[in-house]
Design a protein around this ligand. Structure first.
Ligand code: NAD
Ligand code: UFG
Length: 358
């Protein structure tokens, strides 16, 4: 005989079992997929919208393999399409908030195709905010970037450091995106938003199943290293060894993507619990430790016992010599404490690359 539930028991069960629904746009991408896993583990119901322009549907299976909670829903959606985005939001109007990862992000390509970048990244954001207003969905987390600091006057940079016009159209979509949100929040007291300014996310999920999968030739250091060692690329070109740094190569604040993903959960919970101090807030996300390009190569060689084939070439146009954050605001206010080391980052990046080639 099956278990009999009374009507009352069913309704109590469904109340207890009510999970907060969160929309994650760009949720099949590198940072989005790791964040979806952390959100599921924290008990949220997730709906992903992504047009798969820089991700694959098999990431959804990997998310399901590595997470223990409910499977996320997925909709293939181009968020620049206003009508389809409206129907999507209408369908999920009971969502409590949105985390927006969806954007094009290749710095070099954005210099060649600025209009594509402004159109894509800003239309996505405008469509999202418009629907959030329409459906009174009041909590937005936005993926911003340390690129908004341009060439910093002081190091480390903190959230009060002046934000400048970034050196690429891509970076400018982040600066303008932040300004759009701030302007909207200024006039809408119920609306709350946090912009998270990421420094240099690298690394991969400990399972080896999720990681960074750039289309074509990687622009960023870590995937270029892993693809060079795997034999997909001949040699890593280190851009500049004449910077005013201890070993002459540029310094960045690398952070593990799983630590970064956890910061999104903390930021979301801050908004959902109305713990925000103002209705638009900004946090830098980095460890506060700067590593040079050669430090990253050395860590990679140590953790993987693999040699990285590299040579020095001229500096890359637009690169700043040194960039790292003062991590205290995220630590003190969000209670975010990144736990992974540079060695964890390089080791996990290689584990992911290896699993991709099996
Ligand atoms: P990603 O390319 O892996 O993920 C972005 C996702 O957005 C992809 O899955 C892509 O298919 C989707 N997307 C793009 N345009 C879309 C559209 N019109 N409609 C629907 N989906 C669309 O990038 P990521 O590294 O995971 O970055 C996530 C966010 O963080 C981006 O906004 C990026 O600009 C920002 N960011 C990334 C870094 C970094 O170093 N990775 C640093 C700072 C900020
Ligand atoms: N680098 C190389 N060779 C390469 C690739 C990179 O030497 O083939 C060097 C760069 O010159 C830089 C460092 O490695 O000194 C890191 O470069 P990345 O391209 O990995 O990262 P960036 O710091 O240039 O930019 C990244 C993201 C941007 C984001 C920015 C914020 O790509 O989206 O961090 O700081 F805006």
């Amino acid at each position: 005989m099956g278990v009999q539930f009374t009507k009352r028991a069913i309704s109590t069960y469904s109340i207890l079992n009510t999970k907060k629904k969160i929309i994650v746009t760009g949720g099949l991408g590198y940072i989005g997929s790791h964040t979806v896993v952390e959100l599921i583990e924290s008990g949220y119901e997730i709906v992903i919208a992504d047009n798969l322009s820089n991700s694959d549907l098999d990431v959804l299976d990997k998310i399901n393999e590595v997470s223990t909670g409910d499977k996320p829903k997925f909709e293939a959606l181009d968020l620049t399409d206003a009508e389809k985005t409206f129907s999507f939001f209408q369908q999920h109007k009971n969502a409590k908030g949105v985390i927006n990862f969806a954007a094009l992000k290749a710095v070099g390509e954005s210099v060649q195709k600025p209009i594509l970048y402004y159109k894509n990244n800003l239309s996505i954001l405008l469509n999202i905010i418009e629907n959030m207003e329409r459906f009174e969905m009041n909590n937005l987390i936005f993926s911003s970037s340390a690129t908004v600091y341009g060439l910093p006057e002081h190091l480390p940079v903190n959230e009060s450091s002046s934000s400048k016009r970034p050196t690429s159209p891509y970076g400018n979509t982040k600066k303008i995106g932040e300004e759009i949100i701030e302007d909207f929040a200024f006039n809408n007291s119920a609306f709350k938003s946090i912009s998270l300014r990421y420094f240099n996310p690298i690394g991969a999920h400990p399972s080896g199943k999720l990681g960074e999968r750039p289309n074509g030739i990687p622009n960023n250091l870590m995937p270029f290293i892993t693809q060079t060692v795997s034999g997909k690329r001949k040699e890593l070109k280190v851009f500049g060894n004449d910077y005013n740094t201890p070993d002459g190569t540029a310094i960045r604040d690398y952070l593990h993507v799983v630590d970064l993903a956890k910061a999104h959960v903390l930021a979301l919970e801050r908004l959902l619990a109305n713990k925000n101090d103002t209705n638009y807030e900004v946090f830098n996300l980095g460890t506060g430790i700067g590593y040079s390009v050669l430090d990253v190569i050395k860590s990679f060689e140590k953790t993987t016992k693999k040699k990285v084939n590299y040579s020095f070439v001229d500096r890359r146009v637009g690169d700043v010599p040194i960039l790292y954050t003062d991590p205290s605001k995220a630590r003190d206010v969000l209670n975010w404490k990144p736990k992974y080391t540079i060695d964890d980052m390089t080791r996990s990046s290689w584990n992911f690359q290896k699993s991709e080639e099996i």
